[in-house]
Design a protein around this ligand. Structure first.
Ligand code: NAD
Length: 468
């Protein structure tokens, strides 16, 4: 059950912050406070790291089958409490309940199930390389998939015998704190997972301790700007680092594609989770010969999108996560119009309170436009065209990012050729935004490095002996 106040989760229990600081976390759809949460200071983060260090020897030596048992239990408990978690995720983050219920929560449970299965098979995953835990992991996550990002971080780390200090994003701390209760219920030993809530300062305290050798691995998901700052802090320290950063992903529609299906893919590519998705298909490339037809179909489809109350199960597009993020999106909307692109948006009434942005597309976008180059992280699609597959590849790859891409075509040979030539960690063919715990996810270039999910994701959480 939701509480009105939360301490920090350290050493297996909720404790008062030494910093004495707290903050209120709100519902972005109503601007009402939901709970008061602790704001961890340096001393709190150090205490959490000490607890993780203390718990490490026992947890890392716990029989793999015993670790698996606990992870399976956590997965099942998440399933049992999934309604409660989904409602809280939508209340704290603004995403439509049908997404938190049908996408986030099933994937959260799947990540724990999947990694529970790996616990006693690590010797096979890294055959001959004697995998050992890395040690204490500092994990810093963003606000767009709060519980899912926590699961992506914690499940592989625990499966490999590490202990963790997790910091949720400042706007969405609540489901991670509810997860802490679940970890207690499931008998995870004290100190194996510690959760410190707070803002950038708490994040900086984690990376500073890593630079001093107190933390063995940092896993960060968030903006490219902060990712670069963390890489700088840790340069030369020998701390293991993975960075999952931003994106400006292309979604490419060929004239031979099943167009109505492609329209659905474009819709889910950019308006899923209000476009607060690192791998959002935010640049749409349409083959020139079908541009007009496709845009007509897309506009028609946009007219049926329902924007509003995240807790209404018919809502397609919920609230923008925060006032600050809304201001960022609005700056990009202005830049799009100022630089000469043409905007089309859904005509709908928006609630009086809360943070809202109508789904919109810009046509007539040039590759040099700000909205074609920078990550907006909102429900804004930039539309461009291409004439040949060669031009599609060139334009799609013309970005500093490389997280994901989508290709829509009925020609299998073209699909495979495109997937080989697109510089992206994930290429979806005739679909978009599909995730699976067994499929590695991660980026190239300024989208970061390292993979999460599958066997590849485990390698971030093990030290390999045996010459590998
Ligand atoms: P952000 O970088 O501002 O914050 C992410 C986290 O880092 C938060 O917990 C924040 O408190 C913390 N933080 C902020 N400054 C820090 C610092 N100097 N040192 C240490 N920690 C610090 O990003 P955001 O706005 O919360 O999230 C949106 C970004 O995350 C987007 O760019 C998005 O593309 C990216 N993202 C990437 C993936 C991926 O898998 N590649 C997934 C989700 C989100």
């Amino acid at each position: 059950m939701l509480k009105s106040e939360y301490g920090l989760f350290i050493g297996g229990r909720f404790v008062e912050p030494k910093s004495g600081q707290t903050f209120r976390t709100i519902n972005p759809a109503t601007e009402e406070a939901i709970a008061t949460v602790s704001d961890a200071g340096e001393a709190d983060v150090a205490r959490a790291v000490d607890a993780a260090r203390k718990a490490l020897p026992k947890w890392s030596k716990t029989r793999p089958a015993e670790r698996a048992k606990i992870l399976f239990r956590i997965a099942r408990r998440i399933q049992e409490r999934s309604r409660e978690l989904a409602v809280l995720e939508s209340m704290n983050g603004g995403k439509p309940i049908k997404e938190s219920r049908d996408e986030d929560l099933p994937l959260v449970a799947q990540h724990f199930f999947h990694h529970a299965g790996w616990c006693d098979k690590l010797d096979y995953a890294f055959a001959g390389a004697k995998p050992q835990p890395v040690g204490v992991c500092g994990q810093i996550i963003p606000w767009n998939f709060p519980l899912l990002m926590a699961a992506w971080k914690l499940a592989p780390a625990l499966a490999c015998g590490n202990t963790c200090v997790l910091k949720p994003a400042e706007t969405t701390p609540l489901t991670a704190l509810m997860l802490a209760e679940i970890l207690q219920e499931c008998g995870l030993p004290d100190g194996v997972v510690n959760i410190v809530t707070g803002g950038p300062d708490a994040g900086r305290a984690i990376t500073a301790l890593a630079a001093k050798g107190k933390i063995d691995k940092i896993a960060f998901t968030g903006s490219t700007e902060v990712g670069k700052a963390i890489a700088k802090t840790l340069a030369g320290s020998g701390v293991k680092l993975t960075l999952e950063l931003g994106g400006k992903s292309p979604n490419i529609v060929f004239a031979d594609a099943a167009l109505d299906q492609a329209v659905e893919g474009v819709v889910s590519g950019i308006w899923f989770n209000q476009g607060h998705v690192c791998c959002a298909g935010s640049r749409l490339f349409i083959e020139e010969s079908i541009h007009e037809d496709f845009i007509d179909r897309l506009r028609n489809r946009m007219r049926s999108l329902r924007v509003g109350d995240p807790l209404d199960k018919n809502t397609d597009v919920g609230a923008i996560n925060s006032k600050a993020q809304l201001a960022t999106i609005q700056r990009y909307l202005k830049a799009g119009s100022d630089e000469g692109a043409e905007k089309f948006e859904v005509a709908c009434d928006l609630p009086k309170k809360g943070f809202w942005c109508r789904p919109c597309i810009f046509t007539g976008v040039q590759p040099s436009h700000t909205i074609a180059r920078e990550e907006i992280f909102g429900p804004v699609l930039s539309v461009m065209t291409f004439r040949t597959p060669e031009e599609a590849v060139q334009r799609a790859n013309n970005t500093t990012y490389g997280l994901s891409a989508g290709v829509w075509t009925e020609k299998a040979a073209r699909a495979l050729e495109m997937s080989n030539r697109l510089n992206a960690g994930v290429v979806w063919l005739n679909t978009f935004n599909r995730f699976d715990a067994s499929a590695p996810f991660g980026g190239y270039k300024e989208s970061g490095f390292g993979r999460e999910g599958g066997r590849q994701g485990l390698s971030a959480y093990v030290k390999l002996g045996g010459g590998r």
